[in-house]
Design a protein. Structure first.
Length: 319
């Protein structure tokens, strides 16, 4: 994939990140690119600021910063708006300029480099109208299903940003896990730092003295043979936080191809038992579901929203 980079000088200092990307590619790419394409490249994660992916189009870029953009024009096809991906029943609340959606499993939250692929933001625009504003404040991994909050009124962005900044949103997930090590207790918590394990891959690991602080709480709800149903409550919102914390506890989430364990003998020995619990076949998805979101709407009403438990979980446990 072609990549272009530059170090910011006086001409672009303190400009918005998407404007810097636009200026860089206008200079490097024959024929240049449009401003909307530059912003799209930022949103899909193709632009990097000082070595780290940056999806914030409005972020100011200072003198001396390094900007790098991966540009693959044949994958930047127009967004396809003709796929049925959401229905009104997937809207859990639409009030006060906020909307909470029950995201299907295996759908990216935001557009990827290949915009012909289904994604939740585009699906929401199909449902509500292609010109509707959709403000993104958090994400779910593509394989994860469940509750996700957006703004549909730009004036509510500051309010929602404060909810996340001050930890005023309570999040509860359901995770179906393989028992390699027994859960340490009925209730436990994990506090550590997370860092990228491999610079070129979106894989993380915990450390004690570097990286971003990550805090999760867990509750054991059920066990069934080699499986455990766990309620997971992330207090911070780091990338892959729950997946890393459970895997490193010896409780990898079923269907997790990145952090799941294939090595320990106990995990291999438990495969038949898990397959039997699943009715003869293992689920073809990551068994992590954002089950509940609890917070106050701008007008003051508290809501506790639940995304229905997926059938894959019901087949494994008495839910």
């Amino acid at each position: 994939m072609p990549a272009y980079s530059t170090v910011i000088g006086n001409d672009l200092k303190e400009q918005r990140f998407d404007k810097v990307v636009h200026a860089l590619l206008n200079e490097k790419v024959p024929g240049g690119i449009s401003k909307s394409t530059a912003r799209k490249l930022v949103m899909v994660g193709a632009a990097y600021l000082n070595g780290s992916r940056c999806r914030i189009a409005s972020k100011p870029v200072f003198k001396g910063s390094e900007v790098r953009v991966e540009y693959h024009p044949e994958k930047l096809r127009p967004i396809q708006l003709d796929f049925p991906t959401l229905s009104p029943k997937d809207i859990l609340v639409h009030e006060d300029g906020l909307i909470v959606v029950n995201k299907p499993a295996n759908m990216p939250t935001v557009p990827t480099i290949d915009n012909a692929r289904d994604n939740l933001v585009t699906a929401l625009k199909v449902l509500l109208g292609k010109d509707v504003y959709v403000g993104i404040h958090h994400r779910l991994d593509a394989p994860t299903s469940g509750c996700i909050l957006f703004t549909v009124d730009e004036s509510k962005n500051a309010y929602v940003a404060e909810l996340f900044r001050e930890n005023l949103i309570q999040k509860e997930y359901l995770a179906a896990c393989t028992i390699i090590n027994p859960p340490p207790a009925d209730h436990w918590e994990v506090k550590n730092q997370l860092v990228r394990a491999e610079k070129k891959k979106n894989i993380y690991r915990s450390t004690k003295d570097e990286g971003d602080f990550a805090y999760s709480r867990f509750e054991l709800l059920q066990t069934k043979g080699e499986l455990a149903l766990i309620k997971a409550m992330p207090i911070t919102g780091r990338t892959h936080q729950l997946r890393v914390h459970l895997s490193e506890q010896g409780l990898p989430i079923l269907g997790d191809k990145t952090y799941g364990s294939t090595g320990p003998a106990r995990a291999r020995a438990g495969t038949d038992a898990i397959r039997a619990s699943a009715g003869g076949a293992l689920p073809l998805r990551l068994m992590l579901h954002a089950h509940k979101l609890t917070f106050r709407l701008p007008q003051g009403r508290e809501v506790c929203l639940e995304a229905p438990v997926p059938d894959e979980f019901k087949k494994l446990f008495a839910l």
